[in-house]
Design a protein around this ligand. Structure first.
Ligand code: M6R
Length: 616
């Protein structure tokens, strides 16, 4: 939440910073602002709304700087999303400018203290206290911005990334982090700071991870990192394995459209290199030994939103293949219910961004309780995998659209791999059984490609439903979380009432919602797998249809038994029951995206949302 950019170097700082913000806008788009240093003074501009408003303001009233600049794109927490509350915030003498991601929890007490000392506050934000505090700490430290930043951080409670610049040292940008993302980009004679490597990937692919409670001093030719006491710390450098083109729309009107189409590649890349020549599944990067995994007695999956839905599906596969009890819990609820965890518990934390605060806090709690934590994550070097005992990275590439699409499919692939690997190391299945499922998994990119080739009728259907108020989704077994994912996509993109039910639960109340013409999407399990499930859902389809629902049925090719009860039939390839979510989710993604576009919504930046939710 909130995107932050910092730059020091010979290029025009304003341009570098604004272009960096454009790549981070998915993190928040309530307002945007910049500060550059020029002619011995701070030059700032900030505007409510999307980055386009800031760009327009900068065209009308250009500002320029001499080499250092900072910028921010906001997801509002404290104070309405207006021009005044937009970042950067400055001190009363306009000597320092600061941008912030996170929440300063003790801001009210600090504000009172600063006001008593005569500081004049302009905004309602928690961030502004950091600007005034920084200025006062600098005054006490002879203008030493890094020392002042360290002192400020020690006084703040909560989660924050802070990036600041000062007229007293125009070639310097200083940043600090606690529980909020920040990464350094190392260039030739220039250096970058950002919430995410996407902001500087057009300039450099060499990055530096920053740990918790660290302060970084960025100059054109140096990067120095210390802890809050000023002690130098070792940093981990890495090469980003994707380039700028991966974070561009590549001819599509929206990132989401591109990311849906990228799914076959994303799934293939996630499966790549996981099987040795002798047919053994190998998850080397995981950092948990076979002994660790053999001692697991219970699995708890924690995640939010779409990642939570991936976890719900994983439960079916893991319990079926490994016979280990598996619980799945929304991360924001997990630590508040006093969960029973011990060293024999494996907690799997699923997070695309690796930065969701709810999931991070659940991971920390689990580790405090001595459970082992395995992360499934798409962002290299992000906080959740860094703080976990092990990690399995998905290789979806950068996902810019706020709605998770390709990362969901790759999370499913990763969950299946973990389930099969657990079965392998625990000796629960014969090697050839595992190899059969691996071979089936290996065909999934091709199956995803096939589904993508048949979704035009889904688009037409979605456009025809643009004026609908409500859509219900039904599923059974792994189709139930798929239905939940379909409903979530429609809510977040089309701003409609969309709700998913376990099809068998409908008759216990929700069936009262059915009225004439109400669209009901039903995910039908394969008739070849558990036929009893299939037959039950066919009855459920008839029950809603008898009450006037318009049935939109997603079923396996050749499943003729559902045709008579389907007002619209969407066919998907026949795949094993447990793997069906990889193909059945796609029509839902396309449906939600197209319906939202038909309503004129921005599918990459839906209202009120942000891609990476770094507050609790
Ligand atoms: O980065 P994470 O996977 O931890 O994010 C979790 C959710 O915020 C995320 O999946 C959200 O629900 C998506 N926008 C849904 O499309």
């Amino acid at each position: 939440m909130c995107g932050i950019v910092g730059y020091v170097g010979p290029q025009p700082a304003l341009e570098v910073v604004v272009n960096g913000l454009a790549r981070l806008e998915y993190r928040g788009y309530d307002s945007a602002g910049v500060a550059v240093l020029g002619g011995g003074s701070l030059r700032t501009e900030k505007r409510a709304g999307k980055l386009a408003n800031l760009r327009k303001a900068l065209e009308e009233r250009p500002i320029s700087g001499d080499g250092a600049g900072i910028g921010h794109t906001r997801w509002a927490t404290h104070g309405a999303p207006n021009d005044v509350n937009a970042h950067p915030h400055v001190d009363n003498d306009r000597r320092v400018a600061i941008v912030h991601n996170g929440i300063i929890e003790n801001f009210a007490a600090l504000r009172m203290e600063l006001e008593e000392k005569g500081c004049k506050f302009l905004s309602e934000t928690d961030t502004e206290v950091a600007a005034h505090l920084l200025s006062s700490e600098m005054a006490e430290r002879g203008g030493d911005l890094p020392a002042a930043m360290r002192a400020v951080c020690k006084r703040l409670e909560g989660a924050f990334t802070l990036v600041a610049t000062s007229v007293d040292d125009p070639g310097l940008v200083v940043a600090a982090r606690r529980n909020s993302p920040l990464v350094v980009g190392r260039g030739e004679g220039e250096n970058f700071l950002a919430s995410d490597v996407a902001a500087f990937i057009a300039h450099t692919r060499e990055a530096v991870e920053l740990g918790q409670d660290q302060v970084v001093e960025l100059r054109a030719d140096s990067v120095a990192v210390t802890d809050y006491d000023g002690n130098p710390v070792e940093v981990n450098e890495y090469h980003v394995d994707w380039d700028a083109s991966a974070a561009e729309k590549g001819g599509y009107d929206y990132f989401m459209l591109k990311e849906i189409v990228e799914q076959p590649r994303a799934v293939a890349d996630t499966l790549l290199g996981r099987v040795t020549v002798d047919g053994q599944l190998t998850l080397d990067e995981m950092r948990l030994s076979p002994e660790d995994l053999r001692s697991v007695e219970k699995i708890v999956i924690i995640a939010c939103g779409t990642s939570y839905h991936a976890g719900l599906i994983a439960k079916y596969a893991i319990e079926h293949w490994c016979r280990i009890p598996c619980e799945v819990e929304v991360a924001s609820e997990f630590r508040y219910r006093d969960p029973i965890l011990d060293q024999q518990t494996l907690v799997i934390a699923i997070s695309q961004s690796g930065e969701s605060m709810d999931t991070l806090m659940a991971v920390r709690y689990a580790r405090e309780q001595r459970a082992r934590v395995l992360a499934i994550c798409n962002v290299n070097g992000s906080t959740i995998p860094r703080e976990s005992d092990g990690v399995l990275y998905t290789h979806a590439g950068p996902e810019v659209g706020v709605a998770a699409t390709k990362t969901f499919l790759t999370q499913l692939a990763a969950c299946y791999l973990i389930g099969l690997y657990l079965a392998q190391v625990r000796g629960l299945k014969f090697g050839d059984e595992i190899n059969t499922v691996i071979a089936q998994l290996a065909t999934m990119p091709e199956q995803v490609e096939r589904v993508l080739g048949t979704v035009e009728p889904v688009r037409e259907l979605a456009r025809s439903l643009a004026d609908t108020d409500t859509v219900l989704f039904l599923g059974r077994h792994v189709g139930y979380p798929v239905a939940m994912e379909g409903a979530l996509k429609l809510k977040e993109l089309a701003y409609m009432h969309a709700e998913a039910f376990a099809a068998g639960e409908l008759k216990h109340g929700p069936i009262a919602l059915i009225e004439d013409g109400l669209p009901v999407v039903v995910v039908v399990p394969s008739p070849r797998g558990r036929s009893v499930l299939h037959d039950k859902i066919v009855s459920n389809i008839q029950e809603v249809r008898a009450r006037g629902a318009r049935t939109i049925v997603i079923a396996e090719e050749g499943d003729e038994s559902v045709r008579p009860y389907s007002d619209v039939l969407i066919e998907i390839p026949a795949v094993p029951t447990l793997l069906q979510p990889i193909v059945s989710t796609i029509p839902m993604q396309v449906f939600a995206c197209e319906l939202a576009l038909a309503k004129g919504n921005d599918v990459d930046q839906p209202r009120n949302l942000a891609k990476s939710v770094t507050v609790e």
